[in-house]
Design a protein around this ligand. Sequence first.
Ligand SMILES: Cc1cc2nc3c(=O)[nH]c(=O)nc-3n(C[C@H](O)[C@H](O)[C@H](O)COP(=O)(O)OP(=O)(O)OC[C@H]3O[C@@H](n4cnc5c(N)ncnc54)[C@H](O)[C@@H]3O)c2cc1C
Length: 676
Amino acid sequence: MEKNISRRSFLKGAAIGAAGLTIAGAGLSVSGARAEETIAWDEEYDVVVLGYGGAGANAAVAAYENGAKVLLAEKAPEGAEGGNTAVSGQFVMATDDPDGLYDYLTTLMGKFQNWDPEAVRAYCEGCAENYAWMTGPMGGDPAIISPKDHPTAGMEARNNDWKQAGSEGNLADPYKLGHNDYWYYNWAEFPEIPSSKHCLCLTATGTRFDRGYYNLCQNAVKARPIDVWFAAPGKKLITDAEGAVIGVIINKDGKDLKVKANGGVVLACGGFEHNQEMIASYLQMPYVHQQGGLYNDGDGIKMALGAGADLWHMSNSAGFTWTHKRPHLDAVSLFGGPNSGTGIYVGLGGDRFMNESAATRHGRIYIGGRWISTPMPLPAYLVQDADQLAAGKKLVSAFSDGYVDELKTGEVLMGETLEDLAEAIRNSEGGKDAPNFSTERFVAAVNAYNKRYDAGEDADYGRPFSTMVPVKKGPFYATKIGPTYFNTQGGPRKNKFGQVINTDGLPIEGLFEAGEMGSIFCDMYNGSGNLGETMVFGRIAGTNAAKRAKGEFKSEETPVTTWVGEVYAAGTTRPASALAAAAQNVTGSFKDGEYEGEGNGINGKIKVKVVIKDGKIENVEIVSHSETEGLGGVALPQYAAQTVEKQGLDIDVITGCTVSLDGYKEAVNDALGKAL
Ligand SMILES: Cc1cc2nc3c(=O)[nH]c(=O)nc-3n(C[C@H](O)[C@H](O)[C@H](O)COP(=O)(O)OP(=O)(O)OC[C@H]3O[C@@H](n4cnc5c(N)ncnc54)[C@H](O)[C@@H]3O)c2cc1C
């Protein structure tokens, strides 16, 4: 990424491109005169927040607390607002030590290096303020939020899951902070990471799934003169000739209203859980059933794209776990999934494919030393037998006894024999869903599973024997299962100020975001982190938009870094840092001694030892390397000889061994640097 583009020079370029700009959907044309002056605004506010979930509510409250006149516009009709926040577990991340939390969360980023250290740090520091914010401006009752004798319900059950997952225990007992006289609960999903002990969480009521946090958010909004519009989706951002966001088009009562936002627009529209096209495009899943967010269509992401935003973390989500989607319901229920220790899963080919009882950490299961999204061959089916039904082992508790009703509607399929069931699966949904479902493989898979059961061990997939039941007695039943998740994580990039970032790494003036859209989480996720973001980035975005309205906000001037990994030099597969180190040519007066150095060769590290005697390079020893024999392997000793002869690195390349030379130079420079 180019580092030295100043914001002004970028905007100058954008201004030329924006001359004669037409804002699609609004029929507005902005050319010559300042856009604000040419537009006939319908309404004017300091801060416009789109989306009345947790993030939007926090942003609106923060903006108001900072002196702004605030509009909060929500797509859903009144009563249906709240997105994922309303249906969520209500756990909000907090911490007693931002550095510790930073260490923990950045460990969760794993090999994904597309995050912004400053934004993650801002998040961790914000988490340390969540208790004060929750019990302060948000109006939470400290006596409830700090319930000394009130362990958060349900935690114990979850801990058992973690133990099954092989983690080294859990830290979820109520955890007293050293210096404060109140309690948080530690909810670390990865307790084997030592710094996880600083990952704490708050609930507004001491219990979970009770809408407590969202109620708190709504009450905080209602307690202030914040204008709230329902059934009023934000449709398009309005930008000026320099690309800054100056307002937004909101559809209200069937009319597109042009709403001016003096300080900025805060996008808090949630993710794209309800947009199957975006799911297919970004998540590499043919479909996902959502649990909440029935209005989360990715609108905020699209609006931001229209204003030039860059995206990140689009492929990440807090999932996947198996569930069954009931045909007559929009959303699936959280714990209605089939991970109940009953039946077996088979995929399209008829084969069994996983440990059906695998413990998950927000949809991640432990495979090959990493927690990765549960692989989901779709369509897939949960298969049960007559004995399981007789024992009342229902896949969905609302299913009728003996699946009588569901068999009538085709929600559950049945076959007297395994062969019959395979045929029923093949014929289901007009024969279009699983036309290639293999009888042969299916029968073989069920028989193989039963053999494992008889042997007392699932040698194929490691399912704990205590969760296994035979699938032997007909009739047999199959119910279609599919993926669900809690939420998507992708969206526009943002910086530590909650500003949306454009494709040059610079903030889009007047555009902020908060919540799960453009979340900081790029890989593994810890529960409570997303609601933590609603509070932290809601607060940050709302505050900064309000300050901007007063001319008190100073934007980032330099492009932000959202890649913490290696940057490769143009046209090469070599880190730019390694090439720079090779090109350095360290000179000066060297101290006598032996110095080791390391560089990046074509196949791995090149290690050298440089001997300095009487201030001169007396010898370069190639200590180790993995260069190609006959090429770099031959060249390295010759490079070493040339170095001694020429007393430096101004040496001739041997054809075909350029990368080895770069790696060699990097190593020698490294050693010579130590000799200065
Ligand atoms: C069952 C479940 C349990 C969960 N439990 C937890 C938990 O305990 N802790 C945790 O941290 N996370 C949890 N999550 C995730 C968490 O709830 C979400 O990530 C978080 O609530 C997102 O908040 P938000 O404000 O960004 O978005 P949402 O709460 O989804 O709100 C977005 C709002 O924007 C509105 N909107 C959409 N488009 C527009 C538009 N064009 N104009 C105006 N408004 C628009 C939507 O209608 C919605 O009201 C859970 C999720 C689920 C589904």
